[in-house]
Design a binder for this molecule. Structure first.
Ligand code: NAP
Length: 692
């Protein structure tokens, strides 16, 4: 008898003792038994406790950048096993193209978070959110928002259709946030999830307790969860509703569920236009990739009534020319089976519901198709879960069933509309979707539609002649942007981008003195302790401390300086050159110095010219000119080390300096932040060289 698929719990592989009720998982094309799935006898409470103690501890020892670098190593380890993961996925019905979204897509998520984590997050353990809020006149009391990681465990329950990408899009942000994960894949494709987890375990890269895998059921899950834990669920709305009812107070519970996504052909995208062709191509891709088992697949094609026949005819021709249904082990196959016979029967049932509601089959049928077998022969394959692509038409585009029933397979409906208003109304009848796409070459149509459908969608994609080739496509969420949607799509918007990391953290408003906020955030706050002495540009990153400061002497700004700068740069704006015109401008007392002249003078005032640990200045941020400077005013600059970010993989890091220019009346003239790269170590003399 085929063995039971192991789980990975408490940093060990674990397999239940024999379970006669274990679920059989079969090859989607042939029906051959692949594995059996059961978690009978699992000690879930122990696994949760392991995550909350060991996992929290090991992840808490790392900064965001260190975790991000580990994500990159996970991605590289999985890349080395990409072919075998794709090969294994064929047994679940995935063609080579399908694996691009699941296997390569999952690896891509890890690479993206590895890169975003280092570019967009500090090399720290907390995240500062927004600017400091002054709460007292003398600056001694202020407040700031701060994110710290949740103290519990992230339980990730996934749908069967993307055993790798779907799991990794949740695991990556949880890991980056520092929250341990327990991944629970859906039974029909649990063996693919087991395979990628095994790659990471074998690579020896996982911090203890950071990742656990439950192959099979998670009995009494919610009875064991508590404040500080979170559950991310992807699957059907029915399962989501059952679980939501069990979620205890304090447990973050988010869902990504079924979605009756729409795709609109705009009135300008008539037959013969590149937009029309792009639209039909997209319909084909969405019907056939993953055999339509995608939460983002197009379920409703909303097209001008006058173009319905043209779309159906073009799609029918394209399907006939391009679609080869069969076992993905045969190279010529472009559309695989559904994941299981159960799923095939479920899709047939949902097609019947749509037909009972008035749907007419315009393309395809529910008859068993002739398919290509693994050896290239063609014929019936009753043990395989094959379904033909089906398109239904409805006389009444407002038929409720077409906006409510998800046939989770290669099934879509086409609905005609008369006006753009009606097109938007039909989109919104879906009750909230993950994605709507619009084929249009008219930006005004795009703007008008978005104003009406934006709030009903997690993502809206506009495809036109300019981006038909470069677009990532209707059905492909990208890790940079929101994946989720309102209403029946589950109400989630936490996946995608750094917001997904923040979802695993708690935002707290912290109030206190500048010194307290500096200590808590790792960012120097105005009013906190500062120290002058040796010029901070002579300190290496290792020697530099927050609050290290340079206060310059003053420098006079003469009319000659202003004129020289104006002629040298060509910036002869009247406010600098014409006393009468400048005086007539309410913002100036008369001729004033250029703001950029002042910033340049400030650089001349704070520079330490000899070679030293400061390797480069790579920019300014948040520059504001506050008070105009008139000829013969004096300026001085104060530079304070505000944030020190060592790079994990380089011998230097970033230092952000708080810069303030004052005039001779101690009024603030300009404020900004100077960004520099500073060597971690620096040896003076002997040609002065950077060491690591
Ligand atoms: P499902 O039957 O709802 O199962 C989803 C997950 O929930 C599976 O891992 C399943 O495990 C688990 N589960 C079921 N009952 C549970 C319980 N009582 N306690 C804890 N976990 C439980 O959905 P599916 O058939 O796998 O996936 C298809 C559906 O997912 C479609 O409706 C599709 O639209 C939706 N989907 C949505 C998105 C999205 O991002 N919005 C993405 C992909 C799919 P077992 O398999 O072991 O029962």
């Amino acid at each position: 008898m085929t063995g039971i698929l192991p789980s990975y719990l408490c940093d060990r592989w674990w397999t239940p003792e024999e379970d006669p009720d274990a679920a059989d998982v079969r090859d989607a094309s042939t029906g051959d038994l692949i594995t059996r799935v059961s978690s009978r006898g699992i000690h879930l409470a122990e696994a949760l406790a392991h995550a909350r103690t060991v996992g929290q501890h090991s992840l808490g020892a790392l900064t965001f950048h260190q975790r991000a670098l580990l994500l990159k190593q996970f991605a590289l380890a999985l890349t080395a096993h990409k072919e075998e993961l794709a090969e294994m996925s064929k047994r679940a019905g995935s063609t080579a193209r399908d694996s691009l979204s699941d296997v390569d897509g999952g690896i891509g998520v890890l690479f993206t978070y590895a890169s975003k984590g280092r570019r967009e997050l500090p090399n720290a353990r907390v995240i500062v959110d927004g600017a400091a809020e002054p709460l007292s006149k003398d600056g001694s009391f202020l407040g700031r928002h701060l994110y710290s990681r949740l103290p519990g465990v992230a339980v990730q329950i996934n749908a069967y259709n993307f055993p790798m990408w779907g799991a990794l899009e949740k695991f990556a942000p949880a890991f980056l946030a520092g929250v341990p994960s327990i991944v629970k894949p859906a039974t029909p494709t649990a063996y693919v999830a087991e395979a990628w987890v095994r790659v990471l375990v074998d690579a020896g890269l996982l911090p203890d307790g950071a990742l656990q895998l439950v192959s099979g059921a998670v009995p009494d899950l919610f009875a064991h969860l508590r404040l500080g834990d979170l559950v991310g669920f992807t699957g059907s709305a029915t399962t989501a509703a059952t679980l939501r009812a069990q979620a205890a107070a304090g447990v973050r519970f988010t869902t990504e569920t079924d979605s009756i996504n729409a795709s609109v052909l705009a009135p300008d995208a008539a037959p013969g236009t590149p937009e029309f062709d792009a639209y039909v191509k997209q319909l084909l891709v969405e019907l056939t990739s993953k055999a339509g088992q995608k939460c983002t697949a197009i379920r409703r094609a909303i097209v001008p009534s006058s173009s319905v026949d043209a779309v159906v005819s073009a799609l029918r021709d394209t399907i006939a020319a391009r679609v080869v249904i069969g076992d993905p082990h045969a190279d010529a196959v472009t559309m695989g089976p559904l994941v299981s016979l159960d799923q095939r029967d479920e899709v047939r049932r949902q097609i019947a519901v749509l037909r009972d509601a008035g749907g007419r089959v315009l393309i395809g049928s529910t008859d068993e198709p002739e398919v290509m077998r693994a050896d290239g022969s063609v014929g019936p394959a009753p043990e395989g879960a094959f379904v033909q692509p089906v398109m239904l038409g409805f006389d009444d585009p407002r038929t409720p069933a077409v906006h409510e029933v998800e046939a989770f397979g290669p099934v879509a409906s086409i609905l005609g509309y008369e006006t753009l208003d009606e097109a938007a109304e039909l989109v919104n009848l879906g009750g909230g979707s993950l994605v709507t796409s619009v084929a249009t070459g008219d930006p005004a149509v795009a703007a008008e539609l978005l104003a009406r459908i934006g709030a009903y969608n997690g993502r809206v994609l506009f495809v036109g002649r300019d981006n038909a080739r470069t677009s990532t496509g209707h059905g492909a969420p990208v890790p940079h942007l929101v994946h989720g949607g309102p209403g029946r799509a589950g109400g989630g918007e936490e996946l995608g981008g750094i917001r997904a990391v923040l979802h695993h953290m708690q935002r707290t408003a912290v109030q206190g003195s500048p010194d307290v906020l500096t200590a808590i955030t790792g960012v120097w706050h105005a009013g906190a302790v500062s120290a002058t002495g040796i010029h901070p540009f002579r300190k290496s990153l290792t020697e530099l401390r927050l609050g290290d400061r340079f206060a310059s002497p003053t420098r006079a700004v003469t009319l000659d300086d202003i004129e020289t700068f104006a002629h040298f740069t060509g910036d002869t704006f009247y406010a600098h050159m014409d006393e009468a015109a400048a005086s007539a401008n309410r913002f100036f007392p008369g001729r004033v110095a250029h703001g950029y002249l002042l910033v340049s003078f400030a650089a001349g005032l704070f520079v330490d010219p000899d070679p030293g640990p400061v390797l480069a200045n790579y920019g300014l941020e948040n520059l504001r000119f506050v008070t105009p400077v008139s000829p013969d005013d004096e300026v001085r600059v104060t530079l304070t080390a505000q944030q020190i970010t060592p790079r994990e993989t380089d011998d230097y890091g970033e230092v952000r300096w708080d810069a303030v220019i004052h005039n001779q009346r101690d009024e603030i003239v300009a404020t900004y932040e100077v960004l520099t790269l500073v060597a971690k170590e620096w040896v003076e003399g002997d040609g002065a060289r950077v060491t690591t």
